[in-house]
Design a protein around this ligand. Structure first.
Ligand code: ATP
Ligand code: MG
Length: 560
């Protein structure tokens, strides 16, 4: 499935590339894009998609991409978010041309509002928010003009200035564009341009007590930065005519807006408001909890920037809303880690094996290959001794026919080490298997055997006395349903009822000693098990590893 998609997107242009190439053909000399996050939360995988498009297009066409914080809502915004957004973009491998803030342009936006008042295209309205909403009408019923709609230019100029000067309470007045109260596009029914909000802004402090609305601010900010292609998500398509209207009314640089479908993923919730709720209510460990869809969570979980970029490339740019299989994201990280992650041995569900004919106290070191995909990764030494752990699943007392791992009387190869044969199964009083007694073939080191016989099964192991214990965190999707909103009804089931109680499972793993040195966040492959990386909670005294992704696509199985 996936490979086809990658090839296809390499060959043909996506529709945004088509638009850009068309504008270049028509004489556009520059490509200038921007990524405009509101600093009211952490970036998620959906934003990563938008980042890859905006920065990717600028890169591909020799242009520039600005990072512009859309900080027009002081109440919800914070510098903590600004910092995290910058870090996440850089981690993804992109660098902005300029770091800008909508608040940098508050003076200019104010002056332009004055221009519109002078042109008779804006007025101060004293109606309450509620009255304004009621008087907007519906799609089939025209709105009712405000009694303040025909104020004189002088009065509007005076009132707007006094709004700015802080003479009025929050909500007492707004500035509205004077367009058409019967317009079929509801957004044109005299949209609000400014509201009064006596709130401290994380950058402008208490300088302003009026703040511009999205529709008035966004296009004008684009215009100031001479953005050639203002790329945003589909829900803004109804805003585009208004975006154009303000730019035309002000006779300023004509930026253009283009929309693509937002990224949706199965089992994934991307609303910042709801993610914030999960954080605030302690349902997750924080914004970077590896179960979250945020970029910082993916990083903590062991994802690489390349895997996220490849995913964005693989899913392509769609014009229509769709939902992407979460398995595709996992496929991308698996592909990337297969190439770069070093292999190690770790046993997550241990069964003790005593090698009866191996001398007590003897220790050998076997050479293990770090990455069969990358010779330069070299080798390491793995200690072997009389008592080892193997994975419980690798032994069966009464196995089916094609079971090639360990069984009573059967032989198996220990990866990089000896052939062992199961001689005896030790059980506790309740009949649980607690230990295996095995013999080893002393001539069977390094893939050989004493008489040239071949053994089909190869299993991983760790030396019991050398193994280091670690807390291993296994993650499952945060939601039990493909659509987190599945079955939700007004006053009944909510999206929170779809949260997966087993999204985090903590177990103790036994790791080969070299894993102690793994830096935080660096993914390694536990052979035959999956990709893992040390968590930010990991310390030399208490190792904590996250499962980044399973080795095979166990997706269908997990979610049955
Ligand atoms: P909120 O969840 O608070 O409504 P948002 O997700 O739209 O906000 P912004 O900070 O406004 O967050 O988004 C910045 C940019 O990222 C916007 O251009 C937006 O269209 C884009 N974006 C947001 N979510 C997605 C998504 N799921 N897929 C693609 N692009 C997205
Ligand atoms: Mg938004």
């Amino acid at each position: 499935m996936a490979i086809e998609t990658i090839e296809k997107s390499e060959k043909s242009l996506n529709f945004i590339e088509e638009i850009i190439e068309e504008s270049i053909a028509k004489g556009e000399k520059r490509v200038q894009t921007r990524f405009p996050p509101e600093p009211n939360g952490y970036l998620h995988i959906g934003h990563a998609k938008s980042i890859c498009i905006n920065f990717g297009m600028a890169k591909k066409y020799g242009g520039k991409c600005n990072l512009r914080f859309d900080d027009t809502n002081p109440v919800k915004e914070d510098t903590e978010y600004v910092d995290s957004i910058k870090r996440d973009i850089q981690w993804l491998g992109f660098q902005w041309a300029e770091e800008r803030y909508a608040s940098d342009y508050f003076d200019q936006l104010y002056d332009w509002a004055v221009v519109l008042i002078k042109k008779g295209l804006a007025y101060v309205d004293d109606q309450t928010q509620e009255q304004i909403r009621e008087n907007r009408g519906t799609v089939s019923v025209p709105g009712t003009p405000s009694p303040w709609r025909d104020r004189s230019v002088e009065e509007n100029l005076d009132l707007f200035e006094r709004m700015k000067n802080g003479e009025f309470e929050d909500g007492a007045k707004v500035l509205r564009a004077k367009i058409d109260m019967a317009h079929p596009n509801m957004l044109f029914r005299d949209p609000i341009m400014y509201r009064i909000l006596h709130a401290d802004h994380h950058r402008t402090g208490d300088k302003w007590c009026i703040y511009p609305m999205y529709d008035y601010a966004h296009g004008q900010c684009d215009s100031i930065e001479q953005i050639t292609h203002s790329i945003c998500t589909l829900e803004f398509d109804v805003h585009r005519p208004l975006y154009d209207w303000f730019i035309q009314a002000l006779e300023i640089y004509p930026s253009h807006q283009y929309e693509f479908a937002r990224l949706n993923l199965t089992y994934t919730m991307m609303s910042k408001r709801r993610l914030l709720k999960l954080v605030q209510e302690g349902a997750v460990m924080g914004w970077d909890d590896p179960r979250m869809p945020t970029i910082c969570a993916l990083r903590r979980k062991g994802y690489t920037p390349a895997s996220v970029r490849n995913f964005a490339e693989m899913v392509g740019v769609a014009k229509r809303d769709n939902v992407i299989d979460l398995g595709k994201l996992e496929y991308c990280v698996r592909e990337d880690l297969n190439k770069i992650a070093e292999r190690r041995m770790a046993v997550l569900n241990p069964l003790k094996v005593v090698i009866t004919n191996y001398e007590e106290g003897r220790k050998e070191l076997f050479t293990a290959i770090n990455n069969p995909e990358d010779e330069a990764a070299g080798t390491r030494q793995v200690p072997f001794s009389k008592v080892i752990y193997i994975e419980r699943d690798d032994f069966m007392e009464n196995p089916p026919k094609k079971f090639f791992r360990l069984q009573p009387g059967g032989e198996v190869r220990l990866r990089y080490a000896y052939l062992i044969k199961c001689e005896e199964v030790i059980k506790d009083e309740e009949g649980n298997i607690i230990e295996l007694r095995c013999s080893y073939d002393p001539m069977s080191g390094n893939g050989s055997s004493s008489d040239g016989r071949r053994v089909k099964g190869v299993i991983h192991w760790v030396s019991a006395e050398d193994a280091v214990e670690a807390e291993v965190r296994l993650f499952n999707p945060l939601f039990t349903t493909e659509d987190p909103n599945e079955g939700c009804v007004e006053g009944g089931k909510t999206w929170e009822d779809n949260l997966n109680p087993d999204s985090l499972i903590k177990i103790t793993g036994y790791l080969e000693p070299s894993l102690k040195e793994t830096p935080i966040g660096k993914a390694v492959q536990f052979e035959r098990v999956g990709y893992f990386c040390p968590d930010t909670d990991s310390t030399p005294e208490k190792l904590v590893f996250n499962r980044t992704v399973t080795l095979k696509d166990s997706w269908a199985k997990i979610n049955k």
